[in-house]
Design a protein around this ligand. Structure first.
Ligand SMILES: *Cc1c(COP(=O)(O)O)cnc(C)c1O
Length: 389
């Protein structure tokens, strides 16, 4: 058997909707994109959404709209993907890296408060809802309010995820979703900025298309007197095409179904790996239904007789895909050198990344595939004992 780390299924209305766009004679940002934005906002229960070509673009637009600029301090976890932090650098602001909680990889209110004690002037927080599980957003929001810290949520892993019966996407100043190919729903490449703030929405919409104060679609379909447009800022080229939005519409229809299928995978792993004393399983503190289960990440603990490299090699030999989340940003050359980062300041991220393995998880993963992964992993771990002896 061969089990990939992830696999995308486009067997809903994807082809039909894409075909419609291709046959319509208009391919880029227009009414399909607006429909996708509207449906996302309705689904989440937020006021505004702005579709873009990546979550990275959404993060950049959110931070720009919140006027993050030169020398501003912005909290960001070290245990995340590069995109969460690079946009801070692009705005000439300064990332302040925080450690995360062991086994959830989340920023906790305690970690944030400690960060504020050391950096009382911080202006913003990029909060990652790691793996698809919401951070303790209510407490974190309160702390941010008290200290005038803008809250940008990196929800690249977290659609659809909930916190106390509300979807992620309507809490902070702005929330950024990813529709990259391996995320929980995809448009191949794409992202969405969700917000309840009219100001952030308006600014993001202008900046996503060259700082032009009107949509291109508007210009081409309006009557002749509407040819004119103005450029009010040096914007970016971040718009989402209707082709991508068409895929998104079809994926959105199946978002909850696919989330449930991922939950099935996670529950299978929890059940089958519960007795494996050599691994620490991820901690899920929200109801399973509120988690989007983007990543299922185990950590080999002190009782594990094998090195991670040995386990990875044997998984590969058994044709089982895996991923590593993440080599933390404080270990990446650019950030380490530019900001003089010390691994000792990130004990949980350190403890995690050297021994972590992300197991295959995707909608439609079958019981046979899950069983194969669990059996193989347990066999590998057991083989370690005889090797040591
Ligand atoms: C994937 C990811 C991003 C970036 O998403 P893109 O759509 O590829 O730009 C940002 N943050 C996190 C945590 C991610 O995993």
């Amino acid at each position: 058997m061969k089990v990939p780390y992830c696999r995308v299924y486009c067997d809903g209305h994807e082809l039909e909707y894409v075909r419609r766009v291709l046959e319509s004679g208009w391919l880029t940002t227009a009414h399909v994109c607006f429909e996708f934005e509207q449906k996302m906002a309705d689904f989440i229960g937020c006021r505004y959404s702005c579709a873009v070509n990546s979550a990275t673009a959404a993060l950049h637009l959110a931070a720009e709209a919140l006027e993050i600029g030169e020398n501003d301090l912005v909290f960001v976890p070290s245990m995340t993907f590069a995109a969460s932090a690079e946009i801070i650098v692009h705005l000439q602001a300064r990332p302040v890296f925080l450690d995360t909680e062991y086994r959830t990889n989340l920023i906790t209110p305690e970690i944030l408060e400690e960060g504020i004690r050391k950096n009382p002037n911080a202006k913003a927080l990029i909060l990652v809802h790691y793996g698809g599980q919401s951070a303790r957003i209510d407490e974190i929001q309160e702390i941010c309010r008290a200290h005038h810290i803008k809250l940008i949520e990196d929800a690249a892993h977290a659609f659809p995820s909930k916190y106390q019966d509300r979807y992620i996407g309507s809490f902070g100043d702005a929330t950024c979703f990813s529709f990259y190919a391996n995320k929980t729903i995809t448009t191949a490449e794409g992202g969405m900025l969700c917000t309840n703030s009219e100001n952030i929405y308006k600014r993001a919409k202008i900046m996503r298309l060259h700082g032009i104060n009107r949509d291109v679609w508007d210009r081409y379909t309006g009557n002749a007197s509407k040819w004119e447009y103005d450029v009010v800022a040096a914007g970016y080229k971040y718009n989402m095409t209707d082709i991508h939005a068409a895929i998104g519409l079809a994926q959105l229809e199946r978002a909850e179904e696919m989330r449930q299928q991922r939950q099935f995978c996670a529950e299978f792993y929890y059940r089958e790996l519960a007795d494996s004393v050599e691994i620490d399983l991820p901690v899920c503190y929200v109801p399973h239904e509120d988690h989007s289960w983007h990543i299922f990440q185990i950590v080999l603990n002190d009782q594990c007789p094998l090195k991670r490299s040995d386990v990875l090699q044997q998984l590969s030999d058994a044709d089982i895909g895996f991923s590593i989340h993440y080599k933390p940003l404080h270990q990446m050359t650019f950030y380490k050198e530019k900001y003089h980062l010390n691994p000792e300041d990130f004990p949980n991220a350190e403890k995690t990344w050297q021994r972590t393995i992300s197991l295959p998880i995707y909608a439609r993963m079958t019981s046979d595939e899950l069983e194969y992964v669990c059996k193989t992993l347990k066999k590998i771990l057991k083989s370690g004992y005889s090797k040591v002896r």
